[in-house]
Design a protein around this ligand. Structure first.
Ligand code: DGL
Length: 262
């Protein structure tokens, strides 16, 4: 079982930001990544639809013989992970907006969260936010349109800069010193965001924490791959693979990108 792959899915190419952290921390693990770009964005779908899509992706990863699944999507995690855990018997790792470290470290007592509508309206997000932000003002902004532009490869465009600037305005006005990226697509926006917000704003995402949690769960479940070989990585999209190819820029990993129906 230890040689079986870690399965990872997202609504599209954004979860590769998590995949990169996992492959860096766990170089001997094999991985299978599903980019469900055909149904992206998840963020504006209903909870029922997000659950259905998450189950579909999980079934495909189980068919491909994965030993553990990383839900590399905040929207899918906050809406569907409880159902996934109660339906399937393998371990699931999820990703949620990193509100806790932002709330603990803020000096201005103002933090910003940029995420999808699906995440910001979920019960799980409300619970986590209530738990850590009692005396803190949280400016929540829905990143409408950002996922679509990233999927189209339009990160460094005036359109993206203008849209992000408009989303950052209320946060800058609120004097935030921590910006939480609550969508796995958004780490790809960090270079653009840094041009918009002051360098006094710390930008945080949950990628590294998810990789660490994946290692912890693999270890405690005795699923860690003990091979000394470099891992093999299969990345699949159910639409055109160009966006996936463009975003994976590493030369150091054994990987293959292909289309797959799911
Ligand atoms: N990457 C996803 C997330 O972390 C989903 C974005 C979307 O499809 O709307 O929320």
């Amino acid at each position: 079982m230890q040689n079986q792959a870690i399965g990872i899915f997202d609504s599209g190419i954004g979860g590769t930001s998590i995949w990169k952290e996992i492959t860096a921390l766990l170089p001997h693990e094999n991985t299978i990544y599903l980019a469900d770009s055909k149904y992206a964005p998840y963020g504006k779908r209903s909870r029922e639809e997000i659950i259905k899509l998450s189950i579909k992706n999980t079934k495909k990863l189980l068919e491909l013989d994965c030993k553990l699944i990383v839900v590399a999507c905040n929207t899918a995690t906050t809406n569907a992970i409880q159902i996934l855990r109660s339906t399937f018997s393998i371990p699931f790792i999820g990703i949620e907006p990193a509100i806790k470290p932002a709330a603990i470290n803020t000096q201005t007592k103002n933090i910003g969260v940029l995420a999808t509508k699906g995440t910001l309206t979920s019960e799980l997000f409300a619970k986590t936010s209530d738990l850590y932000t009692q005396n803190i003002k949280v400016t929540e902004i829905v990143g409408t349109g950002l996922v679509e532009l990233i999927e189209e490869g339009k990160v460094y465009t005036p359109e993206m800069y203008n849209l992000l600037s408009s989303y950052m305005r209320p946060m800058i006005d609120a004097n935030i010193d921590y910006l939480v990226l609550g969508c796995s697509h958004y780490p790809y926006l960090i270079p653009v965001l840094k041009k918009i917000v002051s360098d006094k704003v710390t930008i945080i995402d949950s990628g590294e924490a998810v990789a660490r949690q994946t290692k912890t769960v693999l270890t405690s479940s005795n699923l860690l791959n003990t091979s000394s070989e470099k891992g093999n990585h299969l990345l699949y999209s159910n639409t055109d693979i160009k966006a996936l190819k463009d975003i994976i820029t590493t030369n150091n990993l054994n990987y293959q990108i292909d289309t797959l129906a799911f």
